[in-house]
Design a binder for this molecule. Structure first.
Ligand SMILES: *[C@@H]1O[C@H](CO)[C@@H](O)[C@H](O)[C@H]1NC(C)=O
Ligand SMILES: *[C@@H]1O[C@H](CO)[C@@H](O)[C@H](O)[C@H]1NC(C)=O
Ligand SMILES: *[C@@H]1O[C@H](CO)[C@@H](O)[C@H](O)[C@H]1NC(C)=O
Ligand SMILES: *[C@@H]1O[C@H](CO)[C@@H](O)[C@H](O)[C@H]1NC(C)=O
Ligand SMILES: *[C@@H]1O[C@H](CO)[C@@H](O)[C@H](O)[C@H]1NC(C)=O
Ligand SMILES: *[C@@H]1O[C@H](CO)[C@@H](O)[C@H](O)[C@H]1NC(C)=O
Ligand SMILES: *[C@@H]1O[C@H](CO)[C@@H](O)[C@H](O)[C@H]1NC(C)=O
Ligand SMILES: *[C@@H]1O[C@H](CO)[C@@H](O)[C@H](O)[C@H]1NC(C)=O
Ligand SMILES: *[C@@H]1O[C@H](CO)[C@@H](O)[C@H](O)[C@H]1NC(C)=O
Ligand SMILES: *[C@@H]1O[C@H](CO)[C@@H](O)[C@H](O)[C@H]1NC(C)=O
Ligand SMILES: *[C@@H]1O[C@H](CO)[C@@H](O)[C@H](O)[C@H]1NC(C)=O
Ligand SMILES: *[C@@H]1O[C@H](CO)[C@@H](O)[C@H](O)[C@H]1NC(C)=O
Length: 590
């Protein structure tokens, strides 16, 4: 198959400054970044000891510059010893980008990532407080790497073939804390996750976009065990985390379920095996995914001129609860925003025949524990196997009248989930085969959107003292996963930037053997090995001449260097994720 190489291919490697370029395979937001109508650097800031000390500044729209499309270019340089960190970008109380960092080397790394910000047009055309939070630690000893960040905005006056229709208003679903110069993330389960909002009376479309990621004890939620199993291996206490490997992010309107997201399992660049994610970072590491829930079917309730409660909540699986639903651990960082389009032809939106059908989640859970009996007759657990599946179906609909026109508006979701784990060697050897599948359709179009997230992961830790990762040790990690999505974003579709289905297939596999010393964040030259590959193939439905119709990237890495990196404006075949050998050498297949 022919790859069409372009200037884009060469762009990566020219500016090296001796530092290693790290990257995430992702489709660029447009064919070329040339000839913006205007551009401005929004801030440059060095993040050192920056917990609780975000960058806070003032955003002003570019003066005398008419624009439709906006692209933000985030560039980061770092050198020294440092973990991966999470970062969030805010305009006022609204989160517009969640990203994470790569782990630097002593000789330095750099990356740039471009994100299309056009859906945020109502915010970008007004003065705003801009906040970028990247909590980092410099202690002069173990942690020495600063993250030096530059954020630049590029604005284009593009013409959209179906017209440009940005949302009229965007409302935050957050802690509304920008006036105290901090971010507005909810930390769940501790925070309420809720706001009260009074909407205009003539709303035509209402869509909630949410961002949610597990951090702290919830970073590897997909490898967690049901709470009753956390003490399966008492001599390795504290190694296993509870609350199950199932997570559901819920959107509630006045306490009623309006939609859910079964999240993509992010592997950050320090995740499982810090040696595995450089120079190719994990899928979505530089742009954590958001999920959209269409709440248009609720307009009959929401346009009564009264305040309504919008809540974000995260739940897990609890084998002892009657409905299977249980709490989650600390902590989920969650925020959302509600995009509103108005119907100028009416004073008051009228809706009837509201219907909501919610089924599930229906769970199925099996487990088995291997037991050895010692010579003196006492039993020890030698292995843990379990399989958890879940399904859910949800439909909310109503009929909206505008003058003589009526339209049926429906939000439907079907979801399924399977997570199989096998642990040996006190759970230092752990294998996972998981797949999450979701489909949904919204009132914005009749397209059915689908996502599939297979993740196969094997890790074998060899640590000097039991349960400890604070001493030298090593890990062998095998990962093979994909993100397969097909469908429309309601927000892009309603704004007019996209006019049909987008299709993305990406797969990443990696084998890494990493030996850390007491610094933990550094491996050992001469001992560490890693091999990895990434495939990405995209087709879009942009309404712009400058939009990307097709794009692909294939790259291969070995020992912190890139061996192959091919990009083109066409599609490529993306091989499927395959089952990995598990502890006994047998693959487990979901
Ligand atoms: C993004 O910013 C970096 C650093 O300033 C720069 O090297 C790169 O060319 C920029 N990319 C675009 C598309 O403007
Ligand atoms: C980052 O900024 C700090 C402080 O401004 C500076 O000392 C350091 O050299 C910079 N690091 C890189 C990799 O440019
Ligand atoms: C927030 O930051 C701005 C700009 O640095 C400063 O002027 C203002 O006093 C700060 N407000 C609070 C509440 O700290
Ligand atoms: C929303 O309003 C209800 C009812 O007045 C109140 O109990 C609740 O505390 C409010 N929630 C928030 C987040 O302000
Ligand atoms: C074996 O595992 C089960 C389930 O986690 C646990 O309840 C039990 O205490 C364990 N037994 C031993 C001897 O560790
Ligand atoms: C959801 O729908 C699927 C397919 O129709 C079905 O197999 C599954 O049992 C349903 N789940 C629930 C919880 O009703
Ligand atoms: C049985 O033997 C194991 C070692 O094989 C020892 O750890 C355990 O304490 C012994 N239990 C009893 C009751 O003697
Ligand atoms: C754990 O995994 C390592 C690496 O694959 C393997 O050598 C070892 O035999 C495994 N241990 C057990 C108990 O399965
Ligand atoms: C959900 O599943 C039902 C029953 O299988 C099907 O009729 C419907 O089209 C599905 N909807 C979506 C959005 O996948
Ligand atoms: C990744 O998968 C391909 C097959 O699609 C295989 O040839 C390659 O060895 C795998 N690489 C790693 C590091 O597992
Ligand atoms: C840890 O390993 C790195 C890389 O091999 C080395 O540069 C560093 O000096 C080591 N630190 C300690 C404390 O052993
Ligand atoms: C990768 O590193 C290992 C161990 O240091 C070494 O044996 C191997 O030759 C290296 N491979 C390449 C391609 O540099």
């Amino acid at each position: 198959m022919g790859l069409i190489h372009t200037a884009l291919v060469l762009a990566c490697c020219g500016l090296s400054r001796g530092a290693l370029e790290v990257f995430q395979a992702a489709p660029p937001p447009r064919l070329s970044f040339d000839a913006p109508a205007c551009r401005q650097v929004l801030f440059e800031h060095s993040f050192g000891n920056s917990y609780g000390a975000p960058y806070v500044g003032q955003y002003a729209p570019p003066e005398g510059c008419e624009f439709t499309t906006a692209i933000f270019n985030l560039s980061v340089v770092s050198s020294g010893r440092q973990y991966d960190r999470l970062a969030t970008l805010w305009l006022g109380d609204i989160e517009i980008w969640r990203t994470s960092t790569a782990m630097p080397t002593q000789s330095g790394i750099h990356w740039s990532f471009q994100k299309d910000m056009t859906i945020w047009h109502p915010l970008l055309t007004q003065d705003q407080k801009i906040i970028f939070d990247l909590g980092n630690v410099i202690d002069g000893d173990r942690y020495t790497g600063f993250f030096n960040v530059t954020l630049e905005a590029l604005y284009y006056s593009d013409v959209y073939t179906t017209g440009f229709h940005p949302a009229k208003y965007i409302y935050p679903i957050s802690t509304l804390s920008s006036s105290s110069n901090t971010t507005s993330l909810f930390s769940l389960p501790g925070d309420s996750g809720s706001v009260n909002l009074t909407l205009p009376r003539n709303v035509k479309n209402a869509v909630i976009s949410l961002a949610a990621s597990g951090n702290g004890a919830e970073e590897f939620w997909f490898t967690n065990v049901p709470t009753e199993y956390v003490n399966t291996f008492p001599s390795n206490e504290g190694w296993l985390y509870g609350y199950s490997p199932f997570r559901e992010v819920q959107v509630l309107v006045d306490g009623q379920l309006a939609g859910v997201s079964w999240p993509f399992p992010i592997l950050f660049t320090g995740g499982v095996d810090p040696g595995a994610w450089r120079p190719i970072v994990g899928i979505d590491a530089f742009e954590l995914p958001s999920f959209e829930v269409d709440v248009t079917p609720w307009l009959g309730l929401l346009t009564d001129g009264q305040a309504h409660t919008f809540q974000l909540r995260v739940v897990g699986f609890d084998s002892s609860a009657e409905n299977g639903i249980g709490p989650v651990g600390e902590n989920w960082w969650v925020s959302g925003s509600m995009f509103i389009w108005l119907d100028d032809a009416v004073e008051q939106t009228v809706a009837q025949s509201f219907r909501s059908q919610v089924a599930g989640p229906a769970f199925d859970f099996h487990s088995s524990i291997g037991i050895a009996i010692d010579a003196n007759g006492s039993a020890t657990n030698t292995s843990l196997y379990f399989a958890l599946t879940a399904t859910r179906n949800l439909t909310v609909s109503s009929i909206i009248k505008s003058g003589t026109e009526t339209r049926e508006v429906t939000w439907t979701q079907n979801l399924s989930f399977s997570n199989i784990q096998n642990m040996k060697d006190l759970a230092f050897n752990q294998s996972l085969a998981m797949v999450t599948f979701g489909s949904h359709s919204s009132s914005a179009s009749d397209v059915i959107s689908r996502y599939t997230y297979p993740l196969n992961l094997f890790s074998a830790y060899d640590v000097v003292s039991s349960g400890a990762t604070t001493n030298p040790g090593s890990v062998l990690c095998l990962a093979d996963r994909s993100k397969l999505t097909d469908g429309i974003s309601s927000l892009s579709f309603l704004t007019g930037t996209s006019i049909g289905s987008e299709n993305l297939k990406t797969r990443q596999n990696v084998t890494s053997s990493y030996h850390w010393n007491s610094t933990i964040v550094e491996g050992t030259e001469g001992l560490d090995t890693m091999d990895g590959e990434v495939w990405l193939s995209y087709s879009g439905a942009s309404s712009l001449g400058a939009g990307v119709a097709e794009y692909s990237r294939y790259a291969k890495e070995k020992n912190d260097s890139v061996l192959v990196d091919e990009q083109g404006w066409g599609q490529i075949p993306v091989p499927s994720t395959i089952p990995l050998p598990y502890v006994d050498g047998e693959p487990i297949v979901p």
